[in-house]
Design a protein around this ligand. Structure first.
Ligand code: BMA
Length: 325
């Protein structure tokens, strides 16, 4: 690999499929998508914008499932191969201060291993959407901390290590509705509860991301910078269209953009991305990477209904970002 992965363990059992014959695109979809269907939990209406991590030689995750009352909540799940999942049919119950854990709604989780535990961030209803923060050691017991910010905020995504001694998190300040604006910021914290030193990273830009943007999976540390995959929204005459692409950020000052690709990597083009509870949505929340080969598997929500999987090679993706910046 021309691009070096930093602090990335081996993941020989990463879900994987070779690029289909005849395709030259840097990213390709899993041939058996959607990898998670809408009704794989007893009362689920939809299972989509969800996070997967390596866990004890296999895989674990936190999954957004809206139920058949259309309550939005998050569930844990375990998998041998990252493809076939056993979900906890009951939503996660967090231990913590009842003033903070009181449920209003929870959605769009991300999971990030830092130092000794798996942190979970999600869009947490607390008199408006903000970023909930919790952690688990075993995907059975979950602890909730203070909300990171005041409402209104979404797309809280942690960095996988401290930078200059501080925890770092992306977020996307927003409003109480469907937010027709939004840029990506990073904030820092000494203790994962007090967040400050807010810096602007990047804003709306090319037509595919001209309405709003938000960080997706946990950023990946490489010799060329932090590789950030993020979603972007175009407002068409028929409503929002959610695509995603990638950028490289400075390792020590991740609010500094090194390169940002102009085109999208993926836009809703398959029927399960175009048709569902919300049409035309591809929304990535997690990426697995094999530190040995650079193989990368991206989990993304499709049409707010099901979960898709897509593949790339980290070094090819980094080159693609630079060539298309
Ligand atoms: C955003 C979030 C996402 C969702 C998207 C498209 O505001 O609610 O969970 O996938 O809208 O509906």
């Amino acid at each position: 690999m021309s691009v070096k992965l930093i602090n990335m363990p081996s993941l020989p059992n990463i879900p994987w499929e070779e690029r289909p014959a005849g395709s030259s695109h840097v990213l390709w979809r899993y041939s058996k998508n959607p990898v998670i269907k809408r009704d794989e939990m007893p009362h689920s209406n939809s299972i989509f914008n969800s996070a997967v991590v390596p866990y004890q030689g296999h895989f674990a995750g936190v999954f957004r499932a809206d139920n058949t009352s259309r309550v939005m909540d998050i569930h844990s799940g375990l998998s041998e191969d990252g493809l076939k999942w056993t979900f906890d049919p009951d939503p996660i119950v967090f231990q913590g201060d009842p003033e903070v854990t009181a449920f209003q709604y929870r959605y769009d989780p991300r999971v990030c291993w830092i130092e000794d535990r798996y942190y979970v961030t999600w869009c947490n209803g607390y008199h408006g959407p903000t970023i909930g923060v919790g952690y688990t050691y075993d995907f059975k017991t979950f602890y909730q901390m203070e909300n990171a910010y005041l409402p209104f905020n979404r797309n809280g995504v942690l960095f996988p290590r401290r930078i200059n001694g501080k925890y770092v998190m992306f977020s996307r300040p927003s409003d109480n509705g469907h937010t027709p604006f939004g840029d990506i910021y990073v904030s820092q914290s000494p203790d994962m509860e007090h967040w400050g030193f807010h810096r602007w990273v990047m804003g709306t830009s090319f037509p595919w991301c001209s309405t709003k943007i938000g960080a997706g999976p946990i950023p990946i540390e490489t010799s060329e910078g932090w590789l950030l995959i993020y979603h972007g929204v175009l407002t068409s005459c028929n409503g929002y269209v959610y695509s995603y692409s990638a950028a490289l950020l400075d390792i020590d000052k991740p609010w500094k953009v090194i390169a940002r690709a102009k085109p999208y990597l993926m836009s809703p083009q398959m029927i399960y991305e175009q048709v569902g509870d919300v049409q035309n949505v591809t929304f990535p929340c997690a990426a697995l990477v094999d530190g040995d080969t650079g193989r990368m598997a991206i989990y993304y929500g499709a049409a707010d209904t099901v979960t898709g999987l897509a593949f790339t090679h980290v070094d090819e993706l980094v080159d693609w970002v630079k060539e298309n910046a």
